[in-house]
Design a protein around this ligand. Structure first.
Ligand code: IPE
Ligand code: IPE
Ligand code: MG
Length: 244
């Protein structure tokens, strides 16, 4: 296998971690079992990305649409989240990882919010990698929210409409100034965006794998990164322009 080029790693990897339910079903188990195994995959991938010194890793953990799932499944997901945040804090400190969130986190149960606040606060000075959890996150909601905030600034004469540019919009998204996504990975064979990071995905390289999330491991991540490194990112230019 061709080795990874460590100088050509993406600055920002985002992952739609999909297929926990189907993974469990294929094994004759309940969906919850898939989510539990999914947490283990998260731990592996976070550690590997930090080891590779990927500056930004964003994981889609719960969407605005996921609130429409059965109450019991939502409850279990929230419990799993609290437990893993507690367990992972030490490792985040050891690996110098800073935790942030994007999404309407005020909709999450109070206990989850408290646990998140604690980990965000304790890891705020870490600098090896920014790990962002998208929780109760929807791309359209994010844009709607930013639009409202900017409209208030215009209404109060703080900025004029002509001053609204991409950097102002970016600053009003959930995570201020999160860089564009370079590589988007979605597991489980589904090939859609599902309302994830609509703004930041504008020029992302998309990578789909049929592997369900609980089976996604370091080897799979390396395969995705190798695939990414063989793409030519033209950003609207010609091949000759990018490769003079
Ligand atoms: C992803 O796995 C985890 C969440 C959306 C929380 P799913 O739960 O969507 O699993 P499938 O897609 O039903 O197999
Ligand atoms: C997207 O997965 C959300 C997360 C991975 C958290 P879903 O399984 O909810 O997406 P759809 O509904 O199948 O597109
Ligand atoms: Mg799914």
């Amino acid at each position: 296998m061709v080795p990874l080029d460590y100088d050509k790693l993406p600055e920002h990897i985002a992952i739609i971690m999909d297929g926990n339910g189907r993974w469990a079903k294929q094994r004759g188990k309940k969906r919850i079992f898939g989510h539990q195994q999914g947490v283990k995959a998260v731990q592996k991938i976070v550690e590997e990305a930090a080891r590779l010194k990927v500056p930004y890793l964003t994981l889609f953990a719960f969407s605005t649409e996921n609130w429409n799932r059965p109450k019991e499944e939502i409850g279990t997901l929230m419990k799993l989240l609290v437990r893993s945040l507690r367990e992972e804090l030490e490792k985040m400190l050891k690996n110098n990882i800073r935790l942030t969130t994007i999404g309407a986190t005020d909709r999450l149960p109070t206990q989850v919010q408290k646990e998140l606040e604690l980990v965000v606060e304790k890891t705020k000075n870490n600098s090896n990698m920014v790990l962002t959890l998208a929780l109760s996150y929807g791309g359209r909601e994010e844009i709607q929210r930013a639009t409202r905030e900017i409209a208030v600034l215009v209404k109060n004469n703080i900025i004029s409409p002509e001053k609204i540019d991409e950097s102002i919009i970016n600053r009003h998204l959930y995570a201020q100034n999160l860089p564009d996504v370079d590589l988007l990975i979605r597991t489980s064979g589904e090939q859609r965006i599902s309302n994830f990071m609509l703004w930041h995905l504008a020029y992302a390289e998309l990578y789909f794998t049929s592997t369900c999330w609980p089976d996604f491991d370091e080897k799979e991540l390396h395969a995705a990164l190798l695939n990414y490194q063989n793409r030519e990112r033209r950003f609207g230019k010609t091949s000759e322009q990018v490769n003079p």
